[in-house]
Ligand binder design. Structure first.
Ligand code: TRP
Ligand code: SF4
Length: 405
């Protein structure tokens, strides 16, 4: 078992502000965020530094894109009362952690992250042979580790980045979690538990380490978790000492993939800006209608009287997301028997997308009209983020010998 700080689960995720969010983001990552914010302490940030790694030649857009993105998050229901929303570059602690982690990160780890070469090849029009771009996954690791994030809700394309984050946390803990004075400091922490609790802790620790008594481990973990006055450092030391693993300063996160099927784009491929097949959250409804009406269908249905096959049609994939069983049955039957035309078939999807977007767009208009409110939400989120980031960073500095108090 890995020992995260006080066993607390924390969700961390970010998005690069590179353009308006679309329905693919909404049905993919954002719905996942919406669900998680009810269950966990969540940190969601706008990864403006990550946007600069690729778009450093057009920096003038970034702050506007960032603010628009915050508006879109709020409009879909990310709730600043439940989640902490902020801008990455406003918590410069991420950058210091990135620097410190860079000291222990083998170059080969970064070079072999699959997105490194893929993106360089895909984005040939950009010069990505930069130091910053190579460090992209490490900056992301710092983003996650600084909040001791345990769950990272992202799309599949980001799993490799969460994986390298785990490796870096492990390497860090291995190098610095068991300093020469670890045992002595753990013993001091035991004494700070108070006499009765200290005796109990030692008993339980012995039962676990000498006899493999799993229950003793759990009782001791619960006791540490419930202890009211332990500092974070002491708690981690005591958990590490108990488990015999040294101090887990950085928590190993896990990727949390969206359970839902991904929303296809207008051409049936994954919805993505680079394929030009998106419906943005800000798309005027007439434009939504136009895009859906002109969307390709089963190529076998050249004429209205030709029967079609839904499995070969991208509109059908939208029905699977937006329509109930009855409508799906109607569409599939009508398609196969040429009983309905493609425009008939598309109408319920058009209506459903419009119904989904209407309230979101109303809220987008409200937040767009009140940028001060959005800024103040981001600055509140930032404050909470900074508190936690400083705390982690202090421990990291300490562990790396940068302790000048
Ligand atoms: N790289 C992520 C993306 O492109 C954005 C990101 C930056 C991120 N830092 C993060 C996601 C930390 C999760 C956690 O989508
Ligand atoms: Fe696609 Fe519907 Fe046309 Fe069939 S009827 S080809 S499912 S749009």
């Amino acid at each position: 078992m890995s020992s995260t700080a006080a066993g607390a689960e924390r969700v961390v995720s970010g998005m690069r502000p590179t353009g308006p969010l679309h329905l693919g983001h909404y049905h993919g990552v954002l719905k996942n965020w919406l669900r998680l914010q009810h269950e966990f302490d969540c940190f969601f940030f706008i990864a403006d530094w990550h946007a600069l790694t690729t778009h450093y030649e057009q920096p003038e857009d970034i702050s506007e894109l960032a603010l628009n993105m915050a508006v879109e998050w709020l409009a879909v229901g990310i709730d600043p009362k439940q989640s902490h929303l902020f801008i990455q570059s406003q918590v410069p602690e991420h950058a210091e952690l990135h620097l410190l982690l860079s000291m222990i990160t083998p170059l080969s780890w970064l070079e072999r992250v699959p997105t490194y070469k893929d993106q360089q090849e895909k984005l040939r029009h950009l010069d990505l042979s930069t130091y910053g771009f190579l460090g992209y996954p490490l900056l992301q690791s710092a983003d996650i580790l600084i909040y001791r994030g345990t769950r990272v809700p992202v799309g599949e394309d980001q799993v490799a980045h969460v994986e390298i984050t785990r490796e870096i946390a492990r390497r860090f803990n291995h190098l610095f979690g068991r300093g020469a004075d670890f045992e002595a400091r753990a013993e001091e922490a035991v004494r700070r538990l108070g006499r009765k609790q200290a005796r109990l802790y030692q008993q339980l620790r012995r039962r676990y380490q000498e006899e493999g008594d799993q229950q003793a481990l759990e009782v001791a973990q619960a006791m540490l978790e419930e202890h009211g006055s332990l500092s974070l450092g002491d708690r981690e030391r005591l958990v590490g000492y108990l488990e015999g693993v040294g101090r887990q300063i950085l928590a190993e996160p896990e990727a949390q993939l969206t359970p839902q099927a991904r929303l296809p784009g207008l051409d049936g491929q994954k919805m993505s800006k680079s394929y030009g097949n998106t419906i943005s959250l800000r798309e005027p409804l007439e434009e939504v209608t136009r895009k859906l009406r002109t969307m390709p269908t089963d190529p076998a249905r050249v004429r209205r009287s030709d029967p079609g096959e839904p499995e070969r049609c991208p509109v059908w994939q939208l029905h699977r997301v937006y329509s109930n069983e009855e409508v799906q049955r109607w569409a599939a039957q009508g398609c196969r028997s040429a009983g309905i035309g493609c425009l008939d078939c598309k109408q319920p999807v058009i209506d459903a997308v419009a119904a989904e977007l209407t309230p979101i767009q109303a809220r987008i208009r409200e937040y767009d009209a009140d940028p001060d409110m959005v800024r103040s939400i981001l600055s509140e989120g930032r404050e909470r983020a900074v508190d936690l980031a400083r705390d982690t960073l202090a421990q990291v500095r300490d562990a790396m010998g940068l302790d000048y108090r």
